[in-house]
Design a protein around this ligand. Structure first.
Ligand SMILES: [Zn+2]
Length: 171
């Protein structure tokens, strides 16, 4: 399972067990893996991993600047989506071809019917009725704030911005 770093206190080096053993010392460090923080394959980051001794399941801690499975950083995605959702400005052209491709795919995914239904379902009453993906993005930002906060809220329910991934769920 994957949890976001900001989902547990910054001064704690170890998360509470996400498999409902909060009060028991069940998590042990279990190595790490590396991920690139940039789509062109730079900025290697260590992703720490823990093992729950009761379930045998691993818990990895995703640094807050990462989206699950997407090699593109939160501030870049947020800035790009903000620009796309703001009718008064055209997005700045992204100079890096690889990064540009990632951003295009991210937005394409966001505007898919599946994501729209999942996100509207999650935010429910907190969102006004929205017709366009631009309205949906603006409403989510208004309701939850920064993308990091949006992702934290979604992760509690096993969801993310661009997918409802198995790795975010307890089972
Ligand atoms: Zn546990």
């Amino acid at each position: 399972m994957q949890i976001r770093r900001a989902s547990f206190p910054a001064n704690s080096s170890q998360p509470p067990c996400p498999f409902d053993h909060e009060d028991l010392p069940c998590l042990h460090q279990h190595g790490h893996y590396t991920r690139f923080s940039q789509p062109e394959g730079s900025g290697e980051s260590r992703i720490p991993r823990f093992l729950c001794k009761f379930t045998g399941k691993t818990v990895s801690i995703l640094p807050d600047q990462f989206l699950p499975y997407r090699p593109i950083n939160l501030p870049v995605v947020q800035a790009h989506f903000d620009q796309l959702a703001d009718a008064t400005q055209d997005p700045d052209p992204e100079p890096c071809r690889v990064k540009r491709g990632c951003l295009i795919r991210a937005w394409k995914r966001f505007i898919s019917t599946e994501r729209k239904l999942s996100l509207i379902d999650f935010f429910g009453q907190r969102l006004p009725r929205t017709n366009s993906p631009q309205d949906l993005w603006n409403a989510m930002r208004h309701a939850a704030g920064h993308l990091s906060q949006i992702l934290l809220e979604l992760a509690v329910h096993g969801k993310s911005l661009l997918g409802d991934y198995r790795c975010l769920k307890q089972n």
